[in-house]
Ligand binder design. Structure first.
Ligand SMILES: [Zn+2]
Length: 392
């Protein structure tokens, strides 16, 4: 049964066509004339580009000051200083975690995002309160924005007694994955840190998503050890490493060796296109069969005044910081936030094929490459065939 037809839209900037959406929210046919379906509701796209809705594979919604008055930030030089400042800022917000997360979710959806992997701080100063807040917010967006929650030990695990229990409790409350953070740099104990998080993941039957900022040999050794443990524990396909700056600096021979291991363990990698940090060599990793996706990371929190959970804008940043010039290079960056993002989060692809969910957004423009550069605002955002933003 056809529910709605989107007419005069251009998937990926190609020729105008129609998209027929069935009652199940999936595309049932393309390219058919509206006259063939009398009585079906038709939404005229006006010749806009139709692009697959985007996936934010790594962001921190609990610490955001989104929807709050401007925060003047302190400068910091070390990760330790930033973390201490983070706790202070976190506890001084006037609106609740859920209220701020809801405001950010609404904004992300209006800019064409369909899914988040949200890292949510779990630490003795907050207990599991932030996880509760983001779970509450995610409930309000059920069917509009898919939210996977990572219980994230922002302050470390071994050096913050009680954190391991809080991580375990977060999973029981509904968090989807266990997080980790610089096992050597923060806890100074690679095996001890990994023992805890792999232990929880194995017992609970959930995946892992581990922040790795460490560079050089230390970082590469961590990646290799995570891969070996992933293979041993049978968690292949359910482990992600975030940032992985060490991969950006590795020489080609070492990178290929690590990529082999990542592919064998089926570990995904997320990168955020942050201007002052290296971006993983995503084209090389994809070519080696490693899953890679894009995220926004911090969004106007204690760490940075920047970030807005707008994935099209994040694609633009990624293209800019990686020196994209050709249409193909610009399109690759978009692919990381769309098709590759869905792959990393285990979501169905939304590429306008028959059977794909009708999850897309419409933007005015000439081509996908031009849209990545100009970042026009979506006029319509569609989830499962339903208009969830715009279209007024
Ligand atoms: Zn992060």
């Amino acid at each position: 049964m056809v529910n709605v037809m989107y007419a005069n839209v251009r998937p990926f900037g190609g020729p105008p066509t129609t998209l027929l959406v069935g009652a199940d929210g999936c595309i049932v046919a393309t390219g058919l004339a509206p006259e063939l379906y009398p009585g079906v509701r038709v939404v005229d796209g006006g010749g806009a580009l139709a692009l697959p809705s985007l996936v934010d594979a790594h962001l921190h919604p609990d610490g955001t000051r989104w929807s709050e008055p401007w925060l003047s930030r302190k400068s910091g030089t070390s990760l330790e200083e930033f973390i201490a400042n983070d706790v202070e800022v976190h506890l001084s917000a006037t609106r609740t975690v859920a209220e701020r997360a809801v405001a950010l979710m609404a904004h992300a959806v209006s800019r064409g995002t369909r899914a988040w992997r949200a890292h949510v701080d779990v630490a003795p100063p907050y207990g599991t309160g932030n996880v509760e807040g983001v779970l509450e917010a995610a409930e309000q967006f059920r069917g509009v924005l898919d939210v996977q929650i990572v219980a994230f030990p922002q302050l470390g695990i071994l050096r913050e007694p009680g954190t391991a229990e809080l991580l375990e409790r977060s999973i029981r409350m509904g968090a989807d994955l266990v997080g980790g953070l610089d096992p050597v740099g923060i806890d100074n104990d690679l095996d001890g840190h990994l023992d805890v998080i792999f232990g929880i993941a194995e017992r609970a039957g959930v995946g892992l998503d581990i922040h790795l900022h460490e560079r050089g040999d230390v970082g590469l050794h961590e990646v290799e050890e995570i891969a070996r443990r992933t293979i041993r524990s049978g968690l292949g396909g359910r482990v992600t490493v975030g940032h992985a700056f060490c991969l950006a600096n590795a020489d080609r021979e070492r990178l290929l060796r690590v990529a082999d291991l990542l592919r064998e363990a089926d570990i995904g990698v997320t990168t955020c296109g942050l201007g002052h940090y290296p971006v993983v060599p995503f084209r090389e990793l994809l070519a080696e069969g490693v899953r890679v996706a894009l995220g926004t990371d911090a969004v106007r929190d204690a760490w940075t005044p920047f970030g807005d959970a707008d994935m099209l804008r994040r694609v633009h940043y990624l293209a800019y910081v990686t020196g994209a010039i050709t249409d193909g290079e610009l399109e690759d960056c978009f692919d990381l936030a769309s098709r590759q993002g869905a792959r990393l989060l285990g979501l169905p692809p939304a590429n306008f094929a028959v059977g794909d969910p009708a999850d897309f957004f419409l933007v005015p423009g000439e081509s996908l490459a031009q849209v990545v550069v100009d970042c026009p605002l979506p006029t319509h955002v569609v989830r499962g065939g339903n208009l969830v933003s715009g279209g007024a």
